[in-house]
Design a protein. Structure first.
Length: 134
């Protein structure tokens, strides 16, 4: 690994989604977007729903992430998230199906309402990513 990159791992409960050298990352932290460069001071942050952007020597990788934590330590970024949906997976048809599922969720009490709102926030993050591509 070069002096201008750091190692990044994106992990969900099901699998390791990506391991790659990275030159720059943008993490959707709970309190705003967090930019990360090589040799950054250690930090651990809670993730919000949004776009994880990784600039690598091979190109840019983007994912919609939902929940979890990110830690930068010893020049390595680890993203532990409930889900990481690759940008290429998010087509207009996929977005429409996800929106229909979210809107069909009940919202008749606080628990259901919160889950439905999270699903709608996830759909909005996907919509923003699609709009950036156009």
């Amino acid at each position: 690994m070069s002096d201008k990159t750091f190692h990044t791992s994106v992990v969900t409960p099901e699998r390791i989604v990506l391991e790659t050298p990275t030159t720059f990352a943008v993490v959707p932290a709970d309190d705003g977007l967090l930019g990360i460069l090589t040799h950054r001071a250690s930090i651990t942050t809670k993730l919000s729903t949004g776009t994880l952007k990784l600039e690598t020597p091979d190109g840019v990788h983007q994912f919609i992430v939902h929940g979890g934590y990110a830690q930068m330590k010893d020049n390595a970024l680890t993203v532990l998230t409930e889900e990481a949906i690759p940008e290429a997976t998010i087509t207009p048809e996929f977005l429409q199906a996800e929106q229909a599922k979210a809107e069909a969720m009940p919202d008749d009490d606080m628990t259901h309402s919160g889950v439905r709102q999270q699903a709608l926030t996830r759909v909005e993050a996907m919509r923003k990513l699609i709009n950036q591509r156009q």
